[in-house]
Write a protein that binds this ligand. Structure first.
Ligand code: PLP
Length: 419
């Protein structure tokens, strides 16, 4: 159960108390977990949900007529409804469970992409995660479609003008990241959706970094499809969501074939189950989907607007403190109010892997590398960056620990503590 706590401002002490892992130490120091863009930690309610499912309810869903199967089916389908409500979907039938954002995007690339003709354009952005790039490269190779890219503006953002320059009447698919996992920049999706609609293209949003951090409403965004992952929003790994407008999903061919996704099967051919089951072949990840429901309940109890406000406050504090460090370059929009809870940086020409390794000795977890965005690294002109990313359980004192850790890393490489 989620304990009700006063959320304005966010009561991080009460929230932290519900995340057992935050009590652990790393190399003799309290864990400072700043790798939330990679995956988030899990509250006790999610951990309990997994144990409770396997201890009391475990059964295969949909087919069974016995009590356990009925209970597990109701719990699993209940989470579909929760997801639909979270994102403002018109129906639970528009919510397909996949393994992760990557699989959701591959599903679209495989099914929508199959319809493309040589010369049709697939519009992506310069800031895509590989999961919203590589599947479309495969489609382009198969069909002769052409990839086009929305470039970043001078403030390292995708904006309406750069989007307009890339979306031509030949665009058939526009698939863009909502919040960049490197730049933290927030894409004006509603405006880009409008441009896609004007040229008759399907509009897809990669919401892997937005659904966990801000309230997302598929109607407000005006998109046709949206993809995101449970594990980046307090839920278990192994569960992704593909949302699509009902008539568009209904019109697509299946992605994977097998049990559960059929209506009638003969030796020669098959017909498909109703939505969303047409896209959920085989036994799904029942326990993790149900535990994802506990994560959504937790986020709802806090309130997505409160999560967003907390992230914004912490990010502004981090950017302000980090930008005072001599020799530290931050990537992404200059104005912290235009970014989400991700701060990618390089410090004093120290390789980001060294930064991450030194910080880890102080118990501070950050990510280093290309963040599955190699083309973006090339655009930024760097081989790699370090990245601190925040969530609802992080506190200002952890940003302070990060700053201390960076100064210490600098010292090890012979720089004065200076700033
Ligand atoms: C923007 C973005 N898109 C897609 C993904 C892929 O998510 P997953 O690994 O859960 O499929 C990530 C993961 O980091 C991401 O940050």
């Amino acid at each position: 159960m989620v304990t009700a706590v006063d959320m304005t401002p966010l009561d991080t002490a009460a929230i932290r108390a519900q995340f057992p892992i935050l009590e652990r130490e790393v190399h003799g120091n309290p864990l400072v977990y700043l790798d939330n863009a990679a995956t988030t930690q899990k509250p006790q309610a999610v951990i309990d949900s997994l144990t409770s499912y396997y201890s009391t309810m475990n059964a295969n869903i949909h087919r069974g007529l016995h009590t356990l199967a009925e209970e597990a089916t109701a719990a699993y389908e209940g989470v579909r409804q929760q997801v639909a409500e979270l994102i403002g979907a018109a129906s639970h039938r528009e919510v397909v469970f996949t393994r992760n954002t990557t699989e959701s995007l591959n599903l679209l690339a495989y099914t929508l992409g199959a319809r493309l003709q040589p010369g049709d354009e697939i519009v992506l952005s310069a800031a895509e995660h590989h999961s919203n790039l590589v599947p479309w490269q495969l489609v382009a190779q198969r069909t002769g479609a052409v990839l086009r890219f929305i470039e970043l503006n001078d403030d390292q953002q995708i904006d309406v003008d750069t989007a307009r320059a890339a979306i031509t009447p030949n665009a058939r698919i526009v698939s863009v990241v909502h919040i960049s996992n490197v730049l933290g920049s927030i894409t004006p999706i509603a405006e880009i959706s409008q441009m896609a609609r004007e040229v008759g293209a399907s509009m897809i949003v990669d919401a892997a970094q937005s659904a966990p951090h801000i309230a997302v409403d598929v109607d407000d965004l005006g998109v046709d499809f949206m993809a995101f992952s449970s594990h980046k929003m307090l839920g278990p790994t192994g569960v992704g969501v593909l949302w699509g407008r009902r008539e568009l999903l209904a019109d697509l061919d299946p992605f994977l074939g097998g049990g559960e996704m059929i209506s009638v099967v003969t030796r020669e051919e098959s017909s498909w189950a109703a939505l969303p089951h047409k896209f959920e072949a085989g036994t799904p990840n029942i326990a993790d989907v149900i535990a994802f429901g506990a994560a959504i309940q937790f986020l709802n109890a806090v309130g997505m607007d409160a999560v967003a406000a907390h992230d914004a406050d912490l990010t502004a504090y981090a950017v302000e403190r980090m930008s005072r460090l001599e020799g530290l370059d931050i990537y992404g929009p200059a104005d912290p109010s235009e970014r989400s809870a991700v701060v990618a940086f390089n410090y004093r020409d120290i390789h980001s892997h060294d930064i991450a390794t030194i910080l880890d000795r102080s118990g501070i977890a950050v990510r280093a590398g290309h963040h599955c965005a190699q083309p973006l690294m090339r655009t930024l002109g760097v081989p790699a960056t370090a990245r601190a990313s925040f969530y609802l359980y992080n506190e200002r004192s952890e940003v302070d620990a990060l700053i201390d850790g960076l100064l210490e890393a600098g010292e090890r490489f012979g720089f004065d503590r200076g700033a």
